[in-house]
Write a protein that binds this ligand. Structure first.
Ligand code: ADP
Length: 259
């Protein structure tokens, strides 16, 4: 719970930083563009001067690259430490955390498959993903309303959801009765830093992290939304029996080998 709170605080900090970072980044880009422009216009001038402008551009670009590297390592979540996870158990164990995070005015209904298939994922990242979805649901309902969290076993055909490969998945869905998404928002929702929330409130990193987590785990994320009615975001995680790790996504097999 502490870790989750820290995660939420970290995300808020990222949100506050984002505006400033964009500003710094723009300044660095201005140095790059300015340097190249000056060098281009002085091409027939003294070599030393041209080199000087190019060096300035290079320095600006290097600083910008360092900034985005820092930003990425800040935003990137901890490495995946996958283990066998029963999603229904995991969600059931989150009820206190969710109640505390969402407040009294959000009513949470839970519908858990009693026989959820096992998955092989990082349980902390899955918890963080669910907290993020629940916070998004709360925001979409302006702090008041009903949401539903469910787990179920599903068999998907190829590309039935996103780029999903055919097979058996555990689906964890968070449904809200909030504002819904416009087609434009739905299209961009997974983009890092895409947010419709005010500065300091939204980071635009929640769904992009969930997308990354699901894909690294061999799964997918799906969104269904209706304006004015509500939204369901579902995380699909591949069924993985312990003796059956070959089902793992290649990215996870690589991680397994590195561990
Ligand atoms: P953030 O919540 O910080 O804005 P996310 O990546 O989690 O970042 O979400 C990106 C955007 O997608 C949100 O700003 C919002 O416009 C939209 N969104 C996400 N979840 C929902 C939801 N449950 N209902 C309506 N819109 C949503």
């Amino acid at each position: 719970a502490e870790a989750q709170l820290r995660q939420v605080q970290k995300m808020e900090a990222v949100g506050q930083l984002t505006g400033g970072i964009a500003h710094d980044f723009n300044n660095m880009l201005a140095v790059v563009v300015g340097g190249i422009d000056l060098a281009r216009r002085r091409l027939n001038g003294p070599r030393r001067e041209v080199l000087n402008h190019l060096n300035n551009a290079m320095e600006g670009a290097t600083r910008a690259a360092a900034l985005t590297r820092r930003l990425l390592s800040f935003a990137r979540s901890e490495p995946l430490l996958p283990e066998r996870v029963d999603s229904s158990e995991l969600v059931a164990g989150m009820s206190d955390l969710l109640d505390r995070t969402l407040g009294e005015r959000i009513h949470i209904e839970v519908g858990l498959a009693p026989d959820a298939w096992p998955t092989y994922v990082d349980p902390h990242q899955l918890e963080n993903a669910i907290v993020n979805l629940a916070v998004n649901a709360r925001d979409a309902m302006e702090g008041e309303g009903a949401m539903r969290i469910t787990t179920s076993n599903v068999t998907l055909a190829a590309n039935e959801v996103g780029d999903v490969r055919p097979g058996e998945y555990v689906r964890i869905s968070v449904t809200d009765t909030g504002c819904g998404m416009t087609p434009e928002v739905m299209e961009r929702a997974f983009e890092p830093f895409f947010t419709t929330k005010p500065v300091g409130k939204g980071t635009g990193l929640g769904l992009s992290q969930i997308f990354g987590f699901a894909h690294q785990s061999g799964g997918e994320v799906g969104i269904e939304s209706q304006m004015g009615k509500g939204t369901t975001v579902s995380i699909y995680l591949p069924r993985t029996d312990a003796e059956d790790r070959v089902r793992l996504h290649p990215a996870m097999q690589r991680m397994d080998n590195e561990a």
